[in-house]
Design a protein around this ligand. Structure first.
Ligand code: SAM
Length: 574
């Protein structure tokens, strides 16, 4: 990144920054930083070099690193759901139900969230919406974010439709805004009105020019290209880059609730590029930053550049470093994912930072490797873009619950057929020891539950047992019983069910070459203790003769039963 992080930070402030940052890293690493050879003569430049060296040395926050080692350094915050345009590709014609104001994030909450993320290594924050400029305190908000620059925030960006921005822009830049995206889908004032259901193209153009004059770089212009609507203007937009130092970005049209997307309206970027190359055969591909969402090009001799945001035909999940906060305070780890965690509720319950970070960390750890494909997305429910900034499942907030000793016992079985049954019983299955392998798989799986089930909390389990028994009389069944224990704020039945499921799948996998008609069945929770309910026996059907009667399944008797099960099977506990 080439942004000048000292644009708004005085030299004196910058000096104060160094010891603070060094304290944040381990001794051995700070030693290495001290010995870094700083080449520049210019003191400001040297400090910048040193900060960037320190940043490289500092281990990145585990909370913001997902299972695929993606480090999330970019936070997009929607600061309002309201908009002064009604773009038909963004908002359903009937409008959207706005969240009551008291449920939206307050300025203080936005700042608190920003501070938290910056403390963990986020170096870029983008304000979006709705339309961020309709928020009355936008200038002050950017000013508050500007104060986070000494803590490592390098880029304060905003995405705006430019309608009501021009007057505010100088003050925003003064307060720290240093990257701007203005959306402009057409150069034709009549078409502008058609798309956005409002007038105002002249104001958008003026805002772009003012951004350039104020020295905002990059000055990006977003254009959603829709077949039959504005695709004929792509070449005109490229021509705009001849004299304007803008970064023109053609966005592939994406499906959101109510925006009437269909495949025919989508123009894949390759088609756009091919058309551009007919008029401009010399276009050059430019090199990209690893996190760039845009594939950038330029026409030789033109001052600006253009590029494509290819979310639909060539997703960039592999290098995704973005997290989103919706205006009502939900953390969304993927634009196209439905899982959301309410940070607003946690903030309003005065949950301490460490706990917030753990919850954020667990959501980040649940981020999928990549989002669903184009056609699935079109079928999937997602918020309209205007409500995301671009389904609402939400994790139950357990911060105010007290920790109690909890257990859960789950059961399931696999009918494996006579031949496989014999091989398992005599431990002569070609793939190896089925019962022991399935036990280990079950125990390991229980510990992974929070990573597998989207809204499950990660729990520190104190004990997991998985017991497998063979029951020839029950149609050659392998019966699996798992008991999970923990001291925690939420129940462990999902962990017990996960343990049984994965143990059953492991049995299935190891026997499938022999047992052609295997069935996994009767997965259920058979007992749960702890929490508000105390001991809660679940109704157990006759498939489980060895664990009835239910009242005997309190923890002590349960142990006896487990032992009797263990006598006939093999046992491995964690
Ligand atoms: N009001 C601001 C604006 O117009 O730029 C910020 C919010 S708007 C939702 C953010 C960006 O999402 C805009 O650049 C807009 O063009 C883009 N967008 C909205 N709906 C889209 C869709 N269906 N496909 C692709 N991009 C979309």
């Amino acid at each position: 990144m080439s942004y000048n992080i000292f644009t708004r930070v005085s030299f004196e402030n910058a000096k104060g920054l160094i010891p603070h940052m060094i304290r944040g890293i381990s001794t051995s690493k700070s030693h290495r930083v001290d010995t870094i050879n700083l080449r520049s003569e210019n003191p400001q430049q040297r400090i910048k070099e040193r900060i960037s060296a320190i940043d490289k040395e500092r281990p990145f926050s585990n909370f913001l690193t997902d299972r695929f080692d993606r480090q999330h350094t970019y936070l997009r915050i929607s600061i309002t759901e309201r908009c002064n345009l009604r773009c038909n590709y963004c908002m359903p014609a009937e409008g959207v139900d706005l969240t009551p104001v008291h449920n939206l994030l307050s300025t203080e909450e936005i700042i608190r969230i920003s501070q938290l993320f910056v403390s963990q290594g986020v170096n870029k924050i983008r304000l979006t919406g709705g339309e961020p400029t309709v928020r009355k305190d936008i200038v002050e908000l950017i000013g508050e974010l500007g104060k986070l620059k000494p803590q490592g925030l390098q880029t304060i960006a905003m995405t705006s439709n430019g309608i009501a921005l021009k007057r505010k822009l100088p003050k925003l830049v003064e307060n720290g805004l240093n990257s701007l995206n203005v959306s402009m889908d057409t150069l034709d004032p009549y078409k502008f009105e058609l798309i956005s259901r409002r007038k105002g193209l002249d104001r958008v153009l003026e805002t772009i020019d003012q951004g350039i004059a104020l020295g905002i770089r990059p000055m990006k212009v977003n254009c959603v290209v829709i077949r039959g609507v504005n695709d004929q203007e792509v070449l005109d937009f490229v021509e705009l880059t001849r004299n304007k130092p803008i970064d023109m970005r053609f966005i592939e049209y994406m499906p959101f609730d109510g925006n009437k997307w269909n495949k025919k309206k989508l123009i894949p970027y390759r088609e756009m590029l091919d058309n551009i190359k007919i008029k401009y055969p010399d276009v050059r591909k430019l090199s990209n930053d690893s996190h760039d969402t845009s594939k950038a090009f330029n026409v030789p001799g033109y001052v600006g550049r253009f590029g494509f945001i290819t979310s639909m035909t060539d997703h960039f999940c592999g290098t995704c470093n973005r997290l989103r906060i919706t205006a009502d305070g939900n953390l969304k780890v993927c634009l196209f994912g439905n899982a959301e965690v309410s940070l607003r509720d946690l903030l309003r319950e005065n949950v301490p930072d460490q706990q917030l970070l753990e919850i954020i960390g667990s959501a980040v750890k649940n981020k999928r490797k990549q989002h669903a494909g184009m056609f699935e997305l079109a079928e999937t429910k997602n918020r309209p873009m205007i409500l995301i900034g671009g389904g609402r499942a939400s994790m139950v907030n357990v911060s105010t619950k007290s920790s109690t000793y909890r257990t859960a016992t789950a059961f399931g079985k696999v009918h494996i057929g006579r031949q496989a049954f014999e091989l398992v019983r005599t431990n002569t299955m070609k793939k190896g020891d089925v019962l022991t392998t399935a036990q280990i798989a079950g125990i390991m799986a229980a510990k992974q539950t929070g990573n597998l089930i989207p809204l499950c909390h990660p729990l520190l389990l104190s004990h997991v047992s998985v017991d497998l028994t063979l029951d020839e009389k029950d149609n050659y069944a392998v019966k699996i019983l798992s008991k999970v224990e923990c001291e925690g704020k939420t129940g462990v039945e999902m962990e017990a069910l996960t343990a049984v499921s994965i143990a059953a799948l492991t049995v299935f996998d190891m026997c499938k070459a022999v047992g052609k008609e295997m069935i996994i069945c009767d997965l259920k929770v058979v007992e749960k203790t702890g929490g508000k309910m105390g001991t809660k026996p679940f109704v157990v059907s006759t498939v489980l003769p060895f664990i009835v009667p239910i009242p005997s399944l309190n923890s002590e008797d349960g142990d006896c039963i487990m032992k009797s099960v263990r006598n006939t099977g093999s046992t491995l506990t964690h």
